[in-house]
Design a protein around this ligand. Structure first.
Ligand code: NAP
Length: 465
């Protein structure tokens, strides 16, 4: 895949970049190593002050950085600016809390003294996706740099200017040269980097094949990885739920980022008694969405990020219909294109779509649909809802709506996922761990757990002298 900025709303190629050569990669790895030997000894207070400065740089340039994201991957501009603000928040969160998260923990044993301390490990490689081009990177970088590690970023090839802007944020904030470097490289250049002795661990957010490939490369040289992969998150609505609230949240949960979020609600599992009312209200809300130029602040749905994503989604919608699904709303791309400004007709737009009646045992029923397409499933009771929610290889997040406490407890207990949100949509929050189980990956980002992924958890035992 070429490293380039191609505006997905217009199809226009705006900038192209040459991937780094082997010699340039070598130079950057050497800088990372050299910086680490000194950076690891900087105080937490010093790192916190740089991290606060990074937060300030982000906020000072939020409009420009937001615009960059929108132009590179099509996110609506208001959401892009909000993403810069959230990235600033995670910087402040770890600046404020790293010291307590990393404080040594005394443990009573038969030693004179025993304790656990947390030390940096070196350079950590982050392989990141385009869908949240700033947030995904900052939620890795803020804890990693606060620990005393140095960061290397291989960003998705369609967001190179975001990748360079992020490197600039850390430079402007005053971090030492080499504390955070962007490597403009293709996916085929990742293996030798992760296997280099100077790189101590890696994290990847993206698809299953990419995760498996990185983990295999790292595993062959005994290096730790954290993987945040895909999801086919259920959104369960029981008859006791507040229907209006459930429907309006369902639309946001499905449409966030033009439907391209790992934790977007993808399968709507609705109890029989309210199924028809839910479907009817969902259609009404869909009809109010505005598809168009994501730089226009009134637009709620922009284009998909790349022609490949569009092609995959179109094929998946066809597979839903071929399996017996009924298109309740949308689905017709040519009609949508006719309503758009002619300048947008070469863009990767797909209409907001609702599909029902897909047989639960059709393979497409459990796949991840990465775009503005909701699939609706009817269930008789909570046990059927749980069985269907769990009938997917993924286990990232789940949203469940009920006002019956026993039902809520049952859902929380039985759903196989890294998180369950009751009467709320699934979202990431700097204060809470984020990650999945099953084929959604392993390890956690954010919160106290996130900062402990890339540290040496050192046991210290002091005997009587
Ligand atoms: P992708 O193709 O896996 O790309 C993600 C990153 O991995 C990019 O930087 C890509 O580089 C790189 N990559 C691809 N193949 C690789 C390989 N064999 N070895 C090393 N690196 C490789 O993912 P995507 O399709 O763009 O992103 C969508 C997927 O990410 C969805 O499944 C979504 O659910 C998931 N996601 C998960 C989370 C989460 O937190 N769990 C968050 C966001 C997205 P190139 O761009 O150069 O190919």
């Amino acid at each position: 895949m070429a490293i380039a900025t191609i505006n997905p709303a217009t199809g226009e190629t705006l900038r192209q970049f040459e991937p780094l050569s082997a010699a340039e990669i070598e130079q950057r790895l050497a800088i990372a190593q050299r910086t680490y030997t000194e950076y690891r000894h900087t105080s937490l207070a010093q790192r916190a002050s740089w991290m606060q400065a990074a937060s300030a740089v982000l906020l000072a340039h939020k409009d420009a950085y937001g615009r960059l994201m929108t132009v590179e991957m099509g996110k609506p501009i208001q959401a892009a600016i909000a993403e810069v603000e959230k990235s600033a928040l995670v910087c402040r969160y770890y600046a404020d809390h790293a010291e307590s998260f990393l404080a040594p923990v005394e443990v009573a044993t038969d030693a004179w003294r025993s304790y656990v301390c947390y030390q940096p490990i070196g350079a950590v490689l982050a392989v990141m996706p385009w869908n949240f081009p700033f947030w995904q990177v900052f939620r890795f970088a803020a804890p990693a740099l606060m620990v005393g590690n140095v960061g290397l970023l291989k960003h998705a090839s369609n967001v190179p200017q975001c990748a360079l802007a992020i490197e600039e944020v850390f430079q402007k904030a005053g971090f030492p040269d080499g504390a955070f470097q962007t490597l403009l490289v293709g996916a085929d250049q990742v293996k030798p980097i992760v296997q280099d002795d100077r790189v101590k661990a890696a994290t990847l957010t993206g698809s299953e094949p990419a995760g498996a490939s990185l983990a295999a490369a790292a595993g062959s040289v005994i290096k730790k990885t954290v993987l945040e992969l895909g999801g086919s998150d259920p959104f369960i609505v029981m008859a006791s739920a507040d229907l209006d609230k459930a429907v309006s949240t369902a639309v946001t949960a499905r449409m966030i980022n033009n439907g391209q979020s790992c934790i977007a609600a993808k399968r709507f599992i609705v109890q029989d008694a309210i199924f028809d009312a839910f479907a009817e209200q969902l259609v009404e809300h869909y009809a109010a969405l505005k598809v168009g130029d994501p730089l226009d602040p009134s637009v709620t749905i922009g284009p998909l990020a790349t022609p490949a994503i569009l092609e995959d989604l179109e094929q998946q919608v066809q597979a839903c219909v071929a399996a017996g699904g009924t298109v309740l709303y949308g689905g017709d791309r040519p009609t949508l294109l006719n309503t758009l400004d002619p300048a947008l007709r070469a863009g990767c737009f797909f209409p907001p779509t609702i599909i029902t009646d897909i047989p639960v045992d059709a393979p497409i029923a459990s796949e991840e649909l990465f775009g503005p397409v909701a699939t609706l499933f009817r269930v008789a009771d909570v046990e059927e809802a749980i069985a269907l929610a769990n009938a997917t290889p993924f286990g990232l997040g789940a949203s469940a709506w009920t006002r019956d406490q026993a039902e809520g407890d049952r859902l929380v207990h039985a759903i196989e996922a890294g998180s369950v949100f009751l009467n709320s949509m699934v979202k990431s929050d700097p204060r809470l761990p984020f990650g999945g189980i099953k084929r959604s990956g392993y390890g956690r980002e954010l919160g106290r757990d996130g900062i402990h992924e890339f540290v040496n958890i050192k046991t210290v035992w002091v005997g009587d002298s």
